[in-house]
Design a protein around this ligand. Structure first.
Ligand code: MN
Ligand code: ZN
Length: 340
């Protein structure tokens, strides 16, 4: 079978691998149908993901069909449409003991520390395989994993019905955060530098959009919120300055959700944090978000049209990456299809 493997910086190839087989009774063999390409896959390709070990089959946004099940597997049948939960935790460390396996000290992520989904078949433990509604298109179910990231950010920010949520950045993660926040009954303000992304965010339910270079973001946000500020700020731009701004525009008793990997320091004053009693919280991957997000996707009314902007065949992986890198304004989510 074919797999997309990174062996070193800028060295990504389609390789021939043995088709995996079920070796334990709780395992599931999945025929991969579609895999989303994420910024983190691109970082592995460039050699700028310090966590990744090589050689590595990339891809963690994976949907497919059950091809075979081990004798101990219950609740899944051959032919079921599924998504994979791409994280494995130890079960013993402090994070695991407190139900936060996503920040396990011994965390292993499929597509980063273990081979991921950009291959024709995968064998996964049943606990990491989730069944979805058979009516979903592959280009819908492939978005479930990115939406769990949005759901996690909303959970970490404790987004409540009636809250005003400010999302910085209208890329795929910002948009997933937006849809989840809207489903919780929040009013959502979203900012970006790209006009077409802001228009798209409006179609996806944003109540207000702010063009981050054409206007004074803080002033505009304060005006929209009648000087209250945002009850929750989700920073999906992740620059030192956006973190600073997030604290500035958070309301009293507000929450700031950090998703970035930038190692450069931000200049954060203590006073606004103490005075407003702001909660600053990190959000990484997801904990137990798959069932809720799958529930949203299984609703006929839940519409993700427009998020998947391009579908490439496995053999076109280099073209797909080139498009993401050379024409970022033309792409939202690019996916690789394993269907001929
Ligand atoms: Mn991703
Ligand atoms: Zn652990």
């Amino acid at each position: 079978m074919k797999a997309v493997q990174v062996t070193g910086p800028h060295n990504l190839n389609i390789v021939e691998k043995d088709k995996p087989v079920i070796t334990a009774k709780e395992e599931v063999l999945i025929k991969v149908k579609m895999v989303g390409i994420c910024g983190s896959d691109i970082h592995i390709y460039h050699g700028t993901n310090p966590l990744a070990t090589l050689p590595r089959v990339i891809g963690h946004e994976v949907t497919g069909e059950v091809e075979a099940i081990g004798e101990g597997v219950e609740g899944l049948s051959v032919g079921d449409k599924v998504v994979i939960e791409p994280i494995e935790s130890c079960g013993h460390c402090y994070a695991c003991r407190t139900g936060r396996g996503n920040v396990c000290s011994n965390l292993e992520v499929y597509g980063v520390h273990r081979d991921g989904g950009m291959q024709e078949y995968m064998v996964m433990p049943q606990k990491l395989v989730h069944k979805v509604n058979g009516d979903l298109d592959w280009k819908e179910s492939v978005l479930i994993e990115p939406f769990t990231i949005g759901a996690q950010a909303n959970w970490r920010g404790d987004v409540q019905n009636g809250d005003t949520v400010f999302i910085m950045g209208a890329g795929p993660i910002g948009l997933c955060c937006l849809k989840v926040a809207k489903s919780k009954g929040a009013t959502v303000i979203i900012s970006d530098l790209n006009e077409s992304r802001l228009e798209f965010a409006k179609e996806w339910g944003a109540d207000y959009t702010i063009h981050a270079s054409r206007s004074n973001v803080t002033e505009e946000l304060m005006e929209i919120t009648k000087q209250e500020g945002a009850n929750v700020v989700i920073d999906a731009v992740c620059l030192p300055q956006t973190f600073e701004q997030a604290i500035e525009v958070a309301s009293v008793a507000g929450r700031v959700v950090v998703l970035g990997f930038d190692e450069r320091p931000s200049q954060i004053k203590q006073l606004p944090i103490t005075k407003k009693e702001v909660t600053i919280t990190g959000s990484r991957l997801q904990t137990n978000q798959f069932p809720g997000v799958i529930g949203m996707f299984n609703e006929q009314s839940f519409d993700t049209t427009g998020m998947v902007t391009q579908i490439f065949q496995l053999e076109q992986i280099h073209e797909a990456i080139q498009l993401i890198e050379t024409s970022p304004q033309e792409v939202m989510k690019v996916v690789i299809s394993f269907e001929k």
